[in-house]
Design a protein around this ligand. Structure first.
Ligand code: PRX
Length: 648
């Protein structure tokens, strides 16, 4: 833990809306009278029917319930669009920057409103009704935002699947969510390369379990012909030309489902995290406004893909609910050159940049000169999300990208939490590189030991939340018991995050990473179990165990130990084949960084794989393997070490 403290930069402090004293007082008030705090915050949202009850919450696993603003009604798209059309119709809502540097588009609140209403009418025409699920498999183009908002306009539940997932992964999400409509594009475009989205959808819809899909709406994004299946497939541009732009927002109960987003857990297949309407929107809007110190003329840029929760809460809903201009970038930081990020900041006068440590580390590796090609004088605030940021990357981000004048908000949160839970409030919180610092208003984190005892003062242990916040997930879609078992059964009465954390003498939180079998690869979450089941589905593989290993750019890399079937020879070709296999089963983000042939895997006498030892071997920490005496056959470890480090 670096104990270097960075006070709030002077320039920022001069205009700060919140001081350190304000934060302390407001935080205290927000936990002492949580109901009153959230009642006040919820006033920033337009309610079709005002709520009378703020919260009704119990984290006890035998009497679990969470309801926020329970008897209120609202519409998310009306909050993101209609009220801003009334106040500033011509203000840019979305600045879209294409993959190619010569392509961009600016969409005002009025235009976005029109497009969303039209597309909502298209969905209605396709038979989509309130509560129906719609799967999106889209590139980073405005139509992705339009489709999400159109779903919320009519009360349909969107399930966005990241465009980098394979047809298999897409099919299992379509099946689990029982979607009737899929929205996609003929192709995606990233770094000059095309991604065959529609072809992947076609392949997914060949798979069992996806028969419920009756229409596929396709955006014609690249000049590339696409197979269109008669009776099922329609073009986006043709469909919107046939409808009008009048579509009143559907009044939705605060606790009505808003969206499902799949995320990896430590066991089994990805879970459908379900968020609801009122609590989520209040939480996304409030955290966005406070954590990013939002002002009317901000141009805010979040680099996350809409396929992840950050793309939901802080690319789309948080900004638009606040009437903030949000920048959406289709491409990648290195295309056409590593100077691109700085060029986009200058081109659109970006004031706030929110990105991930993995992107920061890869830009840092390429050298300062790329960033220094740009002025970046518009920038006033930086943000980081997705994984712990190492102090070197933090300092580079602070000093080189932000030239020492922009605070960094290192925001800790999860798909499940809907919004940021631990983060500095810029202007109020002195920063320590690598620490997400302090809880957001109304949020009560705690650190517990293995038995669930709350630890006080300076300590290290498991990170939990001891009280609710409006943005928390409400269930695992279709499996409420899995929700209770995963999050509320490890420590009774508490939400267990799956993360470890330290708290220092100043009450700052330092996230140490996952304590379960979830990997964080370039800020993307992956269950070791998912990669393992992909590997064992290959005919040559008898058994496999997957662990994380340190990786300079990705934070964590994927290390797979593979035991082959008795008659199979380990070869370089097979290694490559297995890497490609996992890629095609799950998607490129799951590609193993290392595959080691394991004559056998280290197991306890009861047959449990000892991952602790495998992690140590992967990290080349052979001197600290720990106790191996409980292994059924301790010689397995020696064999493994010889295989992995033959030159040793
Ligand atoms: O381990 C934590 C890490 O990312 C996990 C959540 O991943 P996901 O649901 O994909 O959401 C990512 C975007 C919110 C957490 O359990 N994580 C996220 N943000 C941070 C972080 N670890 C350290 N510092 C962060 N700022």
């Amino acid at each position: 833990m670096s104990q270097q403290v960075y006070p709030v930069p002077d320039k920022f402090l001069k205009n700060a809306r919140t001081t350190a004293e304000d934060y302390a007082a407001k935080y205290q008030q927000s936990v002492t009278d949580n109901t009153q705090f959230w009642r006040e915050q919820a006033q920033s949202i337009d309610w079709i029917k005002p709520f009378t009850k703020v919260r009704d919450v119990s984290f006890d696993k035998d009497n679990f319930h969470v309801e926020w603003f329970g008897d209120g009604q609202l519409n998310v798209s009306a909050n993101c669009l209609d009220r801003h059309v009334a106040n500033h119709p011509d203000k840019p809502a979305i600045i879209w920057e294409g993959d190619h540097p010569y392509r961009h588009k600016i969409i005002s609140f009025r235009e976005l409103h029109q497009e969303v209403c039209r597309f909502a009418n298209v969905l209605k025409k396709q038979g989509v009704k309130k509560g129906d699920r719609v799967t999106l498999y889209m590139p980073m183009i405005p139509e992705a935002a339009i489709a999400m908002l159109a779903c919320t306009r009519i009360g349909a539940v969107h399930c966005v699947v990241f465009g980098g997932f394979s047809p298999d992964s897409l099919a299992s999400r379509i099946e689990d969510s029982q979607s009737s409509v899929v929205i996609t594009a003929n192709e995606g475009l990233r770094g000059g390369k095309t991604i065959p989205l529609k072809t992947n959808v076609d392949a997914a819809l060949q798979m069992p379990g996806t028969e419920g899909v009756t229409s596929v709406i396709t955006v014609y994004h690249t000049e590339h012909p696409t197979n269109m299946q008669q009776g099922r497939d329609i073009w986006y541009h043709e469909a919107i030309a046939e409808v009008n732009e009048h579509c009143p927002p559907e009044p939705m109960d605060a606790e009505a489902p808003l969206f499902i987003l799949y995320t990896s857990g430590s066991t089994g297949k990805p879970k459908g995290v379900l968020h609801t309407t009122g609590g989520y929107l209040v939480y996304a809007a409030t955290t966005f406004r406070e954590v990013f110190d939002i002002r009317d003329n901000d141009v805010y840029w979040c680099t996350a893909d809409v396929g992840w929760i950050t793309g939901h809460s802080y690319l789309l809903y948080g900004p638009l609910a606040n009437g903030t201009t949000t920048l959406m970038f289709e491409g990648v930081p290195q295309y056409p050159t590593w100077a691109r990020i700085g060029q986009i900041i200058d081109k659109h006068d970006v004031t706030i940049l929110y990105t991930a440590p993995t992107a920061i580390r890869s830009m840092m590796r390429e050298g300062d000169h790329y960033v220094r090609e740009s002025d970046r004088h518009s920038l006033r605030l930086l943000g980081s999300v997705g994984e712990p940021i190492n102090p070197e990357a933090w300092s580079w981000y602070y000093n080189v990208v932000g030239e020492g004048r922009c605070p960094i908000v290192d925001t800790w949160w999860q798909t499940e939490t809907g919004g940021i839970l631990i983060s500095p409030i810029p202007g109020a919180t002195p920063l320590k590189p690598g620490s997400a610092t302090k809880p957001f208003y109304g949020v009560q984190p705690a650190i517990v030991d293995g038995e669930g005892n709350i630890l006080e003062g300076e300590c290290e242990g498991n990170l939990v939340l001891i009280d609710s916040w409006p943005g928390q997930m409400r269930t695992v879609y279709g499996d409420h018991q899995r929700f209770i078992d995963t999050y509320f059964s490890t420590f009774n009465g508490m939400y267990f995050t799956g993360d470890g954390a330290k708290r220092d003498k100043d009450g700052y939180y330092w996230i140490t990473g996952r304590v379960d079998d979830v990997l964080n690869v370039s800020g993307h979450r992956l269950g070791t179990a998912e990669v393992e089941s992909a590997l064992v589905a290959h005919q040559s593989v008898a058994e496999s165990a997957v662990v994380g290993m340190p990786h300079e750019i990705k934070g964590q890399g994927i290390c797979a130990y593979v035991t082959l079937q008795a008659d199979v020879e380990p070869t370089e070709e097979l290694r490559k084949e297995l890497r490609d296999w996992v890629r095609s089963e799950i998607g490129p983000i799951a590609t193993p960084d290392a595959i080691h042939w394991a004559p056998a895997l280290p197991k306890t006498r009861s047959g449990k794989i000892m991952r602790r030892i495998l992690r140590k071997i992967a990290a080349n920490e052979l001197d600290t393997l720990g106790d191996t005496s409980t292994l059924a056959d301790p010689s397995v470890v020696e064999h493994l070490i010889v295989t992995v480090y033959p030159e040793r």
